[in-house]
Design a protein around this ligand. Structure first.
Ligand SMILES: [Zn+2]
Ligand SMILES: [Zn+2]
Length: 134
């Protein structure tokens, strides 16, 4: 698993704290969950600050934002594209520990888009939601 780094971007103390907390977990927390984690070390931080900083960190490619339209956004301290499993019932997201060759498209086919990455998400029902244990 890759380590968390700030990619040379100067981070405020709040951003450092948010990044550090996010990198401790593999649960792909929502912004609200990140807020709960960061609040334990920075009691005065606001939810809005956490939202803005998560947007900043994901826009710079320092963290990964996962979840498309209609699903709650979740965040991943590992910014290197990797496949995910998402439960369609409870919404939990796990890393798929199975090597996949993610497709790359040649620059001339990318219609001018840059910094392309491929988000792969498999959707199913997790063991907890089908009555088992994880
Ligand atoms: Zn589930
Ligand atoms: Zn992940």
């Amino acid at each position: 698993m890759e380590t968390c780094e700030n990619k040379g971007v100067r981070l405020s103390r709040q951003r450092e704290a948010i990044l550090a907390e996010l990198c401790k977990v593999k649960t792909h927390p929502t912004a609200d969950e990140v807020y709960d984690m960061v609040r334990k070390i920075m009691p005065r931080i606001s939810l809005g600050t956490v939202y803005r900083n998560l947007d900043f960190l994901s826009s710079r490619g320092i963290v990964l934002r996962i979840g498309g339209a209609g699903t709650q956004k979740r965040f991943d301290g590992n910014p290197v594209p990797h496949p995910h499993l998402r439960c369609s019932v409870c919404g939990r997201v796990d890393d798929l520990e199975f090597p996949l060759n993610l497709p790359e498209i040649p620059a001339e086919q990318a219609m001018g888009y840059r910094e392309l990455r491929c988000d792969v998400e498999f959707v199913g029902v997790c063991p907890l939601c089908s009555g088992g244990e994880m």
